[in-house]
Design a protein around this ligand. Structure first.
Ligand code: PMT
Length: 211
């Protein structure tokens, strides 16, 4: 398989020193990339701003903003057979960004945002025979929201993580996830390292691509 993985947060800059982002460290997406490379697959990793070394054998493309991540995914997808969208893409960006640092006196208490495109929805017309895996980071009922995203984003598999748990989700080395796909009952996996979650995702992809 030729696998494209996205990982980490995106950063939406207001000026050269201020940005809007989230707590993603890239650990989960890098673990998926490492697990796939260990199995001998060709892996390209589109990484937001993170402080992690590139897993051995993985081609890495660094991006900053959601628009840059979208452009990288659009450019690279034609050369891949599967996509795992693990990145925590910022849903909003600043309507006006300044190329120079804004002075406190120039800033107003309300700053206008505009929506970023949803990457999965935008690239859906390019899916063809490819397998798409998404993640759902939830603080409410993870399965209800994940099921909705599985359908609305046209995914083959969604990996739901309850990010309210201290040992799962953002910025930890472990994760507790449930797999939801169109044709199988939900599968709740036990707490395990992100690398082992990555191995489970790669095993699911290998089974799915055989059928
Ligand atoms: O990086 P870590 O610190 O290891 O943390 C891992 C993680 C919690 C970030 C990861 O496990 C995770 O859940 N990633 C997805 C986070 C997220 O943005 O979920 P979401 O429910 O907002 O988005 C659902 C899906 O749509 C995701 O596959 C996301 O990549 C995708 N998306 C979201 C927004 C957007 N504008 N475009 C998208 O394609």
């Amino acid at each position: 398989m030729k696998l494209l993985v996205t990982a980490g947060p995106t950063r939406e800059y207001l000026d050269p020193v201020r940005f809007l982002s989230n707590r993603s460290t890239g650990k989960m997406g890098f673990a998926v990339a490492q697990a796939a490379a260990e199995r001998g697959h060709t892996v390209t990793l589109v990484a937001g701003p993170v402080a992690l070394p590139t897993p051995s054998g993985v081609i890495r493309v660094d991006v900053t903003s959601a628009l840059e991540m979208l452009a990288a995914v659009q450019r690279l997808l034609p050369f891949h057979t599967a996509l795992v969208m693990c990145a925590a893409v910022a849903d909003w960006r600043f309507k006006q960004a300044s190329p120079v640092k804004l002075k406190k006196s120039e800033m107003r208490p309300v700053i206008e945002l505009e929506p970023n495109p949803d990457i999965l929805t935008t690239i859906r017309p390019l899916k063809e025979q490819r397998t798409f895996v998404g993640f759902a980071a939830e603080t409410g009922d993870p399965l209800v929201e994940a099921q909705r995203k599985l359908v609305s984003k046209g995914l083959d598999l969604i990996v739901a993580n309850d990010v309210t748990q201290p040992d799962a989700g953002f910025a930890v080395d472990t994760n507790r996830v449930t797999f939801l796909s169109a044709n199988e009952p939900p599968t709740a996996l036990p707490l395990q390292s992100k690398l082992d979650v990555g191995r489970e995702i790669v095993a699911w992809l290998e089974r799915h691509l055989r059928t």
